[in-house]
Design a protein around this ligand. Structure first.
Ligand code: TXA
Ligand code: MG
Length: 308
């Protein structure tokens, strides 16, 4: 059911779930200190309990009440918060955050969203909001309310905040002394993190999983996809990028005619959602440059095209 901000605040205080906009994608959120609430999130998303959930805070002070935030992690926090970064931080013993947000692990994903609606919610309640992306497990993230599955919309209240500004999820980073590991590429690029921490590596396609967002089959449409195409089959719709000779008989959407990766990121999930609902049998995807945000887009495409 669609609700306004005041209603959302009361619903969150009552331990219920609210779908709300962030600058990256929509989140399905609830009181991070309330175990029953967190269980509802896992249930509704059909999410395995080993896949930890990010906690959202209103400011760095609130993070520091619950977590150790020092040195390089602090540098990243002051540079990118509020914004599309998630830091994996060690929880303090005194924290009231439910252990099941992180499958009893003491390391928890923390983020300060910049979206004004997310900020208003966080400032009105006196608890962090645990929120994964508001999609069913392994499916496409939503950047608009119309992308969200019926089953989630039926069972949760939602605030409509229009289309997300960035359109790709936050970048998940874990600090080890003086080095940083990117566990999930996102809206902040590898290059931007590297400027703050030169010793940064991308560690998101390993067989030994630290972050289940590293699970190979993830972020996927219902229809099979084929990436880096140089031709389009008759039964395929086309997700294009830039100007080229590719053509589809069924449907073509261009992420950015001007080769702009920020524009492509903003359109990425929206266009995949539209194409997935079209009458094509499969989805052909044009090559996307593997730099900056293109790395994040290609990471999502690799997982979406995986058969595992
Ligand atoms: O942009 C975003 O991050 C959105 C908005 C709603 O904030 N949220 C989001 O949450 O994408 P979710 O749950 O769909 O993805 C969180 C990613 C997953 O890959 C998860 O495995 C990883 O972060 N993650 C969360 N907590 C973690 C932890 N304690 N250790 C390692 N990875 C963690
Ligand atoms: Mg997700």
């Amino acid at each position: 059911m669609k609700i306004n901000l005041d209603e959302a605040i009361n619903i969150l205080k009552n331990g219920e779930l609210v779908i709300f906009p962030t600058e990256t994608v929509y989140g399905l959120g609830g009181n991070a200190n309330n175990e029953k609430t967190i269980k509802k999130i896992y249930q509704l998303k059909n999410r395995p309990s080993i896949n930890p959930i990010i906690c959202h805070f209103k400011n760095i002070n609130e993070i520091e009440k619950n977590f150790f935030l020092a040195n390089k992690a602090y540098d990243l926090a002051t540079k990118f918060f509020p914004g599309p970064l998630t830091l994996i931080l060690e929880k303090k013993k005194s924290s009231k955050i439910s252990p099941i947000v992180s499958n009893n692990n003491r390391f928890v994903g923390c983020r300060i969203p910049s979206h004004f609606i997310a900020q208003k919610l966080l400032n009105a309640v006196n608890f962090p909001i645990a929120a994964p992306s508001a999609n069913l497990s392994s499916k496409l993230s939503p950047t608009m309310i119309s992308h969200i599955s019926e089953s989630l919309l039926k069972n949760a209240y939602f605030i409509d905040g229009g289309k997300s500004l960035y359109g790709l999820e936050s970048t998940v980073v874990k600090i080890d002394e003086n080095s940083a590991k990117i566990l999930r590429l996102g809206s902040i690029t590898f290059e931007e993190i590297k400027k703050i921490i030169p010793n940064t590596t991308i560690d998101n396609l390993k067989t030994k999983l630290i972050s289940p967002g590293q699970l190979i089959k993830h972020y996927s449409p219902d229809k099979p996809i084929r990436i880096n195409v140089d031709y389009v089959d008759a039964d395929e719709a086309l997700l294009n990028f830039g100007l080229n000779n590719l053509k589809s008989n069924i449907l073509e959407l261009n992420l950015s005619i001007n080769n702009n990766l920020e524009e492509a990121s903003r359109n990425f999930y929206d266009y995949l959602h539209i194409i997935d609902k079209s009458k094509c049998k499969r989805i052909a995807i044009a090559p996307i440059p593997n730099t900056d945000l293109g790395k994040t887009i290609n990471d999502r495409l690799k997982r979406a095209s995986s058969i595992k």
